[in-house]
Design a protein around this ligand. Structure first.
Ligand code: GLP
Length: 245
């Protein structure tokens, strides 16, 4: 089932999303989180950190899995998703670093790295709550549109649109954005007990409509969430503009 919640502003939407995570954490202090990156979720993490500071979100027993990583970036690269999550989230909460899992962007073998990550997620009991953003082409984590989406963690070729959308962190040139990324696949996302997708801004209105009102198709990876039993979509008014009433 999909529950859609709309707030007037992006700040209000990301606060609602953070509140839902804090609530899930109170229900299950050992919550296993899937954690996304992107401009949208900067405000979400800030709100979550606020809740933590106010004593309303305790991550002491929680576990985190970063959902994706650019391929070819070392662990110290400041554009890496590992660095993003460290900066916006892990540095400010009490989630033990031994349970903050990330994909390496420069493994000796991406297949072994992907298999290691899938084993880790399985050993943790799978994702309890997978938080997602959405790309303008409907990608979730880095699962790009395709006829058949892949289940396991894998290496994905990024579309020019996705590389353009990520260019700011690489000095503005899309050609400087890595062409490939490691990402969890649909198994981890659809296997999560709950999914929380956050989208804000006018640029997401079209894809939100296609993902949740259109057919389920690999061409719009987020549309696969229509098959999940428990999805909450939190939007600001701009991103919800094409959903009707
Ligand atoms: C990247 C991430 C996605 C995220 C997307 C949205 O591509 N891999 O997981 O959903 O960004 O980014 P933004 O919020 O900046 O639009």
């Amino acid at each position: 089932m999909i529950v859609i919640r709309v707030r007037r502003t992006a700040a209000a939407a990301t606060r609602v999303a953070a509140g839902l995570v804090a609530g899930a954490l109170r229900d299950d202090p050992r919550l296993v989180l899937g954690l996304p990156t992107g401009r949208t979720v900067v405000g979400f993490y800030a709100a979550l950190v606020q809740l933590h500071r106010r004593g309303r979100a305790d991550f002491r027993r929680a576990t985190g899995f970063n959902l994706d990583e650019f391929y070819g970036l070392g662990p110290d690269a400041k554009q890496s998703f590992r660095a993003f999550l460290q900066r916006h989230f892990y540095d400010h909460v009490n989630l033990p670093s031994s349970r903050a899992h990330a994909l390496s962007g420069n493994p000796a073998s991406w297949r072994r790295e992907a298999a290691r990550f899938d084993r880790r997620m399985r050993a943790a009991g799978g994702l309890g709550l997978c938080v997602l953003g959405i790309g303008r082409n409907g990608h979730v984590a880095f699962n790009e549109p395709a006829r058949r989406l892949r289940g396991p963690t894998h290496l994905e070729r990024l579309t020019p649109m996705t590389r353009r959308d990520n260019a700011a962190a690489f000095g503005g040139r899309w050609q400087d954005v890595p062409a490939r990324a490691l990402t969890v696949g649909l198994d981890a996302i659809l296997g999560a007990r709950q999914v929380l997708l956050v989208a804000t801004g006018r640029s997401k209105a079209g894809i939100i409509h296609r993902a949740f009102c259109g057919p389920v198709t690999g061409r719009v990876p987020a549309s696969m969430l229509q098959r999940h039993a428990s999805v909450t979509v939190v939007l600001d008014r701009a991103a919800a503009a094409r959903l009707g009433r």
